[in-house]
Design a protein around this ligand. Structure first.
Ligand code: GDD
Ligand code: MN
Length: 352
């Protein structure tokens, strides 16, 4: 059995692939290389076949057309035989030498080893402004939505090694670019994860395939991996509006209570019903750590959201229709409430 199986997905990388493979063959590693090509028009697959003839440790897989990076990794996985599997890009933006340091960490007993742009001396060589903020924004969203990624500085990395057994019985379901996220979530709390800094080089040959469409796939991947939590949270929030409005109507119509008191009771009732529904459904896989504390925390989390909602309404209504200003306020409050719930009220996993 080899030390390490390395998957290299390719689409139009005929120029860089031979240079990369040459460098990999010179590393002091017992390596098995799997090249997964999506019938690139530039003839990458022919290049891969020649390389496979030249070196004994290369397997190739040709798929009928461009089916996406994640599914290439998932299909390539079936051809791997090592205890550890690595994934790296073909375009030389991922330095082959880093693989040695990463594999050392695997030998030390880590389950997932990530080449990271955002730890220590890790960085990115000349990233466009837009790409830089999308990368940072995506990382922020990932940390907010996926608890399992919070200790990882570069969860968006496309260069990593994982112990094959962490996927035992589980399939890769991602359809976009970000297989690592799925590995982090599926390997669960017990997995040992570490990061090795590297410099993400500039692409000198060929073109990036990271398109706007990938960003849309990324958002749906985040939702899937988070068990659609923000969507559930939103649905619960809407039931809260119904409780609030309905109760206010009833109290105002059938009791002598003042509007202030009736309003306060309605608001608090909707906060409580939201809390119970979220605990039962949205965050049912999380540990609340006590009902009383949970209710108090949830109220405290709802408060800044309400204040932000109100301030936005007051400030923005000078520039736009008050109902539009209020909607923006509601969206901001939703984000604040969600983050507070995710991090403070239900911040812990089951049994921890
Ligand atoms: N087989 C196959 N099919 N390969 C593909 C496909 C596809 O549909 N799309 C892209 N690839 C291959 C490319 O040929 C390249 O080897 C690798 O996947 C990465 O594609 P790039 O287009 O070069 O991505 P990038 O440089 O913008 O971003 C990469 O690096 C980032 C930093 O590590 C990706 O790996 C990102 O996920 C990562 O965040
Ligand atoms: Mn690239």
């Amino acid at each position: 059995m080899v030390d390490l199986s390395l998957e290299i997905p390719t689409y139009n990388e005929a120029e860089s692939l031979p240079i990369l493979v040459e460098k990999l063959e010179n590393l002091d590693l017992d390596l098995e290389i799997i090249i997964i090509d999506d019938n690139s028009p530039d003839g990458t697959f022919e290049v891969a076949t020649q390389l496979a003839d030249k070196y004994g440790n290369i397997k190739t897989l040709k798929r009928p057309g461009k089916l996406g990076l994640a599914s290439a990794i998932s299909d390539g996985l079936k051809l791997t035989s090592g205890k550890y599997v690595a994934v790296m890009d073909a375009d030389l933006q991922h330095p082959p030498e880093t693989l040695l340091k990463m594999f050392d960490e695997a030998r030390k007993g880590n389950d997932i080893i990530i080449a990271s742009r955002y730890t220590n001396k890790g960085r990115t060589e000349k990233f466009g402004f837009l790409r830089r903020i999308t990368s940072r924004g995506a990382t922020f969203l990932t940390h907010a939505l996926l608890r399992e990624t919070r200790n990882v500085k570069d969860p968006m990395s496309g260069f990593f090694i994982f112990r094959r057994s962490i996927l035992d019985g589980k399939a890769i379901e991602s359809s976009g670019y970000k297989v690592l996220l799925e590995l982090l979530v599926k390997s669960g709390d017990g997995a040992k994860v570490t990061e090795i800094p590297y410099v993400f080089g500039q692409r000198t040959l060929g073109k990036s395939k990271l398109t706007v469409g990938e960003n849309v796939k990324f958002i749906s991947l985040l939702l899937m991996l988070s068990n659609y939590r923000p969507v559930k949270f939103l649905a619960v929030g809407l039931t809260g509006v119904a409780v609030n409005e309905g109760l206010l109507f009833l109290l105002h119509t059938f009791t002598p209570l003042s509007l202030l008191l009736a309003g306060a009771i309605s608001i608090e009732s909707s906060i409580l019903s939201n809390f119970f529904l979220n605990n039962l459904w949205t965050f049912r896989d999380r540990n609340l750590g006590g009902w009383v504390r949970g209710v108090i925390k949830y109220n405290l989390v709802a408060l800044p959201g309400a204040i932000i909602n109100l301030l936005t309404l007051l400030k923005l209504s000078a520039f736009t229709h008050y109902l539009i200003a209020n909607i923006i306020g509601i969206i901001l409050a939703f984000a604040v409430n969600y983050l507070g719930s995710e991090l403070i009220v239900w911040g812990r996993g089951k049994g921890r």
